[in-house]
Design a binder for this molecule. Structure first.
Ligand code: SF4
Length: 171
């Protein structure tokens, strides 16, 4: 029997090590998902009005209630949360969406999917525009172009997908 609920268990962590200078009281949160959710990504990409998606690299990013939701196979990050409680709230909403899309996947035609690989400008629009250089590139637009080429990973942007585990990748 096929799984009807894709995400049952996850754990939320707040990353208070990364402060946005403009919004010092807001943090990233990370939901650690117990199982691989890659299979839902093409369905999400079809259902969402706007998303950045790469099937090859297995990530999808979209905005929900003003927060960036970045989903990788076993991890989801949520931008701009003020506390653990808020992180839990937005994670629950995103997980509900994921499970809902997964339940309806037989009705979702992914054959006419939106362009999976976005243009640099598409990616740039979802970056912070801070041009902080912490990714090793002088501007967000250059980073976006490198992302398209597959030379960098999205988590290398510190303002997009901070990696709580070690922050070693100048994310
Ligand atoms: S780290 Fe992110 S915000 Fe900073 S320049 Fe690179 S892409 Fe832009």
């Amino acid at each position: 029997m096929e799984k009807q609920i894709l995400v049952r268990n996850y754990r939320i962590e707040l990353d208070d090590s990364e402060h946005d200078p403009e919004t010092p009281m807001l943090y990233y949160a990370k939901a650690l998902i117990e199982s691989d959710v890659s299979e839902v990504m093409p369905y999400l990409n079809t259902e969402l009005n706007y998303a950045i998606y790469s099937g090859d690299k297995r990530f999808i990013i979209w905005k929900e209630s003003g927060h960036k939701i970045s989903l990788k196979p076993t991890e989801m990050s949520i931008s701009k949360v003020s506390c653990l409680e808020e992180a839990r709230y937005h994670a629950r909403n995103a997980i509900t969406r994921i499970n809902d899309v997964w339940c309806r996947r037989v009705e979702i035609d992914t054959s006419g999917q939106k362009q999976s690989i976005p243009t640099p400008h598409d990616l740039w629009k979802l970056l912070s525009g801070k041009n902080c250089g912490l990714c090793g590139f002088k501007s967000c637009m250059v980073f976006a172009a490198e992302l398209i080429e597959g030379n960098v990973q999205p988590e290398q942007c510190v303002h997009l997908l901070p990696d709580n585990s070690n922050h070693l990748e100048a994310v």
